[in-house]
Design a protein around this ligand. Structure first.
Ligand code: CP
Length: 332
């Protein structure tokens, strides 16, 4: 299907951002953070409507965009409600017609869907800008922008920074983050994963790309090896069945002697670590509540900062400023 819109209107992938786009979003977020979001109010005659289409559950992303729209002086609507909308019902609209309808009523759409290609279909159908709020296990570009902004706010710059990422190798936010990091390569990136992990081709390419830019890239299999880094971005690991059964049987090889992907206050205190802990949330079992009282725990501050990043993204896109990254051009 051919696009019905100018290139660069949508934020579907972190690769939609060029380096100048990324610098612009970080600068806008910084300005908004300095004024606690007060610096971006729309004039009453330029108020816009942001339509949320969440086909999967969400707290932070959905409410985050609602709050960002409100704080900018805009409005948001919940545009997917299977109890009340006609979408998908026997006498209702099919998916494309639902999108075509909402796109005539709203100025920007945010979509989360379990199918990786749905946000691309929506972007082709809608003449207005579309934001990918998470598409299957592919990407979550705004979460990656939030994580990058947090690191810049908390540590100052990326070039001397060591970053550890502990998550399932299919985590969508982590892949988006790797794509952004090519514009601001850290000194060191360590991926903490299940020993049997096979990275997808695209993740391996992103890691190789960072290594080519001078980042020291390593793979470890125990969270304790991440506690000498400046930042640890942690999310749940989907352990392979072999590791799970080994944990259950008690017949433990060295790498699973002690729940290697669970972070506890004991582990942080034992290593005297001052590593900043980020987590996109919600947490599963990977981040023990004992960590919450430590100064390392910055994940709820991360939620606070997310508001400014989402405001910055809406501010730019509602002003019609196109993205100029590699994915923004030539998307079929
Ligand atoms: N971090 C994140 O995407 O959270 P939600 O699933 O609650 O939106």
């Amino acid at each position: 299907m051919a696009p019905n819109h100018p290139f660069g209107k949508d934020l579907l992938s972190a690769a939609d951002l060029s380096a100048p786009d990324l610098i612009d979003i970080m600068a806008r977020s910084r300005r908004l953070a300095q004024t606690d979001g007060q610096g971006g109010g729309a004039a009453s005659n330029s108020r816009k409507i942001v339509a949320n289409l969440f086909f999967q559950r969400s707290t932070r992303t959905k409410l985050g965009f609602e709050v960002a729209a409100l704080r900018l002086g805009h409005r948001s609507i919940d545009a997917y409600d299977p109890e009340r909308n006609r979408v998908g019902s026997s006498n209702g609209d099919n998916f494309p017609d639902h999108i075509r309808t909402i796109a005539q009523l709203a100025d920007l759409l945010v979509i989360r869907h379990s199918e990786e290609l749905k946000c691309h279909e929506v972007a082709r159908l809608a003449p207005v800008p579309v934001i990918n709020g998470g598409n299957g296990s592919d990407e979550h570009p705004t979460q990656a922008l939030i994580d990058l902004f947090c690191m810049l706010e908390m540590k100052g710059s990326m070039d001397k920074l060591s970053l550890a990422i502990s998550c399932d190798s299919r985590a969508r936010y982590a892949y988006s983050l790797l794509l952004l990091l090519k514009h601001m390569p850290p000194k060191r990136v360590t991926y903490c994963v299940d020993p049997e992990t096979h990275f997808s081709e695209k993740t391996q390419l992103a890691l190789d790309g960072l290594a080519a830019l001078g980042t020291k890239v390593s793979i470890v299999h125990d969270i304790e090896e991440c506690l000498d880094h400046d930042v640890l971005n942690i999310q749940t690991q989907d352990l392979t069945s072999k590791v799970k059964s080994t944990l259950e049987s008690g017949d433990l090889p060295s790498y699973v002697e002690k729940d290697p992907f669970v972070l506890t206050a004991d582990k942080i205190l034992k290593s005297r670590s001052d590593t900043i802990i980020l987590n996109p949330l919600p947490r599963q079992g990977e981040l023990d509540a004992s960590c919450d009282a430590l100064p390392n725990a910055r994940y709820f501050e991360q939620v606070k900062l997310s508001s400014y990043v989402r405001m910055a993204v809406l501010e730019r896109m509602l002003a019609g400023i196109p993205w100029t990254g590699s994915a923004a051009f030539g998307r079929a």
